[in-house]
Design a protein. Structure first.
Lengths: 103, 313
């Protein structure tokens, strides 16, 4: 087998991305939707590191990946706080129950 | 099959299987465990690609922080093995279709782009070269390259000519013999690449149909000592059709490969802006650190226990 080319790493990243998007669209549990968001961000990170290793992007890809990790942690904290408040107000974690703004 | 290929395939399959299991699972706790497996495998892939600091940061912050936070959320929002929020089959069908289409679009885009194009640039000069009176070998000069990990270097102008001054791009006129296409009927050409100072660096030459262009693949180049000299040799077997005999013709071109390291030290240098060409990432990092602090305080305030309005009975 040949050595690992960038295409194989990008395939792994795209499978993770599509799984994350499918998770965001199909899950009824709010925490499940947040797990989809984590998968999408990890796919983007893998993409950055792949291009950092295989092209002249170099160390800038790793810096961008560090930024993504920090901001994803911040966003997960806020999203969980919102989910907790949602649960406290509706007594359920089902996203289908968040329809008060329905016309 | 080298060790890094085996490790890559094992952990890539674990990462993809974990991600698919997150989508397909109906139990929130199983989804969390699959997410832990997937993110840890992604961290191992980071290590394999030489990004050690980001791999450790991923393990500590993502797996040890964010996923644990998600599990705490599962605990506080009443997630138990009995609660089961199933998606309707129509939603599953539409999502599967859209997901497959999305993967197809991304996959065809990946296959259609030559990602190594940005990493190489082919030299344009051609020269003539003569080794002997009977025949001559040609190989275009190869410029120096900066290598990051995997590099595809085009080698052009490989040919065997007749006589002193041979054309660099000698294409076969009407030869239909099975030997490689060259000026001399029945010439047998081999291309090799060597370097003295390599520890684990691998070269592979792709010479399809032994034509006048080949590609030199350099892999695992961060094991290469910096500024190594690589010699590419084009060799013609001569009349006896055997290599390594006295009537072989050889032509060697040398070029330098400079390995660019992307390790933890270079991450620290980029943060501080110590390289003279690149900007410093220190100020944006400070900004997002303050942003993270403010966001965490705000999230803790947002998730505070609220006073319950008790209606006395």
């Amino acid at each position: 087998m040949d050595s690992i080319t960038i295409n194989q790493v990008l395939w792994v990243s795209s499978i993770l991305f599509v799984c994350g998007v499918a998770c965001m669209t199909t899950k009824r549990n709010t925490i499940g939707v947040l797990m989809g968001v984590e998968l999408v961000l990890n796919a983007a990170n893998l993409n950055f590191i792949a291009f950092s290793a295989y092209t002249p992007l170099g160390v800038h890809g790793q810096i961008a990946a560090l930024f993504v990790i920090v901001l994803a942690a911040a966003e997960a904290a806020v999203a969980l706080a919102i989910a907790l408040n949602f649960y406290n107000n509706h007594e359920s974690i089902d996203v289908d129950n968040g329809n008060e703004l329905k016309g | 099959m080298q060790l890094d290929e085996v490790l890559f395939w094992v952990f890539a399959i674990i990462a993809c299987a974990g991600a698919i299991s997150v989508v397909l699972s109906q139990n929130i706790v199983r989804m969390a465990v699959s997410l832990i497996a997937s993110l840890s495998s992604v961290s191992v892939l980071f290590f394999l690609m030489g990004a050690e600091f980001v791999g450790v940061a991923q393990l500590m912050v993502y797996v040890g922080g964010t996923v644990v936070l998600l599990i705490f959320g599962v605990m506080l929002t009443g997630g138990s093995p009995t609660t089961n929020l199933k998606t309707s089959p129509a939603d599953v069908f539409v999502a599967a279709g859209i997901g497959a289409l999305f993967l197809l679009i991304i996959g065809t885009t990946l296959g259609a782009v030559d990602w190594t194009h940005g990493a190489t640039s082919s030299p344009h000069a051609t020269t003539l070269e003569a080794n002997s009176t009977a025949a001559s070998l040609t190989l275009d000069p190869i410029q120096d390259y900066k290598v990051h990990r995997y590099l595809a270097i085009p080698l052009t102008g490989i040919g065997v000519g007749q006589g002193e001054a041979a054309d660099a791009n000698h294409s076969p006129a009407k030869d239909n013999n099975e030997s490689p296409k060259s000026g001399i009927k029945g010439a047998l050409i081999r291309v090799e690449a060597t370097t003295e100072s390599h520890t684990g660096c691998r070269f592979r030459i792709d010479h399809p149909n032994h034509g006048n262009t080949a590609t030199l693949f350099v892999t695992n180049s961060n094991a290469l000592a910096s500024n190594s000299e690589v010699a590419v040799t084009v060799r013609d077997a001569g009349k006896d059709k055997h290599f390594d005999t006295d009537d072989d013709l050889r032509l060697t071109r040398k070029f330098r490969l400079t390995a660019v390291q992307n390790d933890t030290r270079s991450v620290a240098m980029a943060l501080l802006g110590a390289t003279k060409d690149d900007p410093s990432y220190l100020f944006p990092f400070e900004i997002i650190s303050m942003h993270l602090l403010v966001v965490l305080i705000g999230a803790a305030y947002l998730a505070r226990p609220k006073k319950q309005n008790v209606i006395g009975i």
